[in-house]
Design a protein around this ligand. Structure first.
Ligand code: 6PG
Length: 245
């Protein structure tokens, strides 16, 4: 694993770098493998990144889109991660609907829908046994509590290792999420983290020792591919506080 920590003067510059890195990784995957797979982040930070991706001219039929996590709401709910990314990007480019794997939240049964999410990932990557998928790109954010995707502190989802996707929860609210083994097996993991409210969690995550159940994003530091921490100046911590992974 190679860990990259890059700090930018502001959110726009951070997202510009995330855009360039994402585009480079997707194009490289298409050139090498004939296709590219990406799992998208939710939350508010990545929306301008998705809007920029809507302006490029990729061979969209070779891109396959998943989400790293989803709130358990209908796609037309303002809190839907899929709804946000479709409006900002996917509905604005010629990507085949069959290339977009919306996380299922329409079954009125979070556990069953988590199973559907897991089965979709396994089927797409044609996984057998305990093999893991390798997404070309996994985009992530991080909450001020150190969660990433919907892997929240001290929740059971943190320890699920025999599935690609599982049921998570945020203060009792159901969430669907990729599991840590899947996220950590990606070729490129890119986090975009902005705002002073993220500093404390980042300081804990980059410290010599860290309780990774309290700050789950710490677990990303043992990922197998390229790990990119893209931070704005408000979120960044002093470089002296960064212990080697
Ligand atoms: C979600 C996200 C979540 C998000 C972080 C950061 O569904 O909310 O997947 O993990 O990335 O909470 O959110 P912001 O980018 O809005 O700070």
């Amino acid at each position: 694993m190679t860990e990259h920590i890059e700090v930018f003067p502001d959110r726009a510059a951070m997202l510009e770098r995330a855009f360039a890195l994402t585009l480079e990784a997707l194009q490289a995957a298409i050139d090498t493998n004939g296709r590219a797979t990406i799992a998208l982040a939710g939350g508010s930070t990545p929306k301008p990144l998705y809007e920029k991706l809507a302006t490029v001219n990729l061979p969209w039929e070779k891109l396959f889109v998943f989400w790293g996590d989803e709130r358990y709401v209908p796609i037309d709910d303002p809190n839907s991660n899929a709804g946000m990314a479709k409006a900002a990007w996917l509905d604005r480019v010629e990507i085949p609907e069959s290339n977009i794997f919306i996380t299922p939240t329409d079954g009125n049964d979070p556990t069953a829908d988590a199973d559907r999410f897991d089965a979709t990932v396994r089927e797409f990557f044609q996984l057998e046994g305990d093999a893991l998928p390798v997404f070309d790109v996994v985009l992530l954010g991080m909450g001020d509590d150190g969660h990433t995707a919907s892997l929240f502190p001290h929740t059971d989802a943190l320890d699920v290792s025999d599935r690609c996707a599982t049921l998570g929860e945020k203060s009792g609210e159901p969430r669907l999420t990729l599991t840590f083994p899947v996220i950590k097996s990606a070729a490129n993991i890119m986090l975009t983290i902005a705002g002073a409210n993220k500093q404390n969690a980042l300081a804990a995550i980059f410290a010599e020792t860290c309780d990774d159940r309290q700050y789950p994003s710490r677990r990303l530091r043992s990922a197998s591919g390229e790990l990119w921490w893209l931070l704005d100046a408000d979120a960044a911590i002093d470089s002296a506080q960064i212990a080697d992974a």
